[in-house]
Structure formats: structure tokens, C-alpha cells
Write a protein that binds this ligand. Structure first.
Ligand code: FES
Length: 109
């Protein structure tokens, strides 16, 4: 397995108190973060996990992105963690991005 082009998996953990507004934490990102952090450590996947407060795609979250300048991974839940970990371990980032895509109209933002 070659070196990964990505060093970091960034996850939005923003929670908006106003329930009228969507946010990643309200859509399950903190549970997702916990499960991914645990799995990445257990499997020895060479990625850092960091958190951020909003990437501007709140209604599509949980919002994640591979850095530097990698694909967004959108709308995953804890039920998807095993699949995400498998794809990260294989460095199959194309499949990962297709499985949890950023809708095309959001791409330009
Ligand atoms: S709250 Fe996560 S992208 Fe805005």
C-alpha cells in the first residue's frame, strides 16, 4: 500500500441550539466522530482525525472531508462506520466519495 495523499479526516461537530437550523451534530456527527476515531486507532489507519465547527454544508451533514484538498464525505451515520473504515484502510477514496457524495450543485461552493 502506497502512501496516502491524505493526512487528516476532518469532521464537523457543530451543533446549533436553534432546532430550526440543521447542523452536523444534530444529524449525528458526534457519534460518528467517536466511532471513527476508535476504529481508526484500532486498525492503525494512518489518518489524524480533527474536528471543525461548520464547513457550510449543514443540511447535508454530517460533513466530513479528507485533507489536504480531498473529497467530501457526506451524510454518513454510525451504521456506516465499518464500511468507511474498510474503504479508508484500503485507501479506496474514490469509492468512499461516491458512496457518500457531495451533491454536484454544492461542489462549486
Ligand atoms: S454544521 Fe456541519 S457543515 Fe455546518
Amino acid at each position: 500500500m502506497g502512501n496516502s495523499p491524505y493526512t487528516t479526516l476532518r469532521i464537523c461537530v457543530n451543533y446549533r441550539a436553534n432546532e430550526q437550523l440543521p447542523s452536523c451534530a444534530a444529524r449525528g456527527s458526534r457519534e460518528l466522530l467517536e466511532a471513527l476515531e476508535r476504529g481508526i486507532e484500532e486498525r492503525g489507519i494512518p489518518l489524524k482525525v480533527d474536528t471543525v465547527h461548520c464547513m457550510g454544508k449543514c443540511h447535508l451533514g454530517p460533513t466530513m472531508r479528507l485533507l489536504p484538498r480531498g473529497p467530501y464525505i457526506m451524510g454518513a451515520s454510525v451504521d456506516d462506520v465499518m464500511e468507511i473504515l474498510d474503504l479508508l484502510a484500503k485507501q479506496d477514496y474514490d469509492t468512499l466519495a461516491k458512496r457518500f457524495p457531495l451533491p454536484a450543485e454544492e461542489d462549486a461552493r
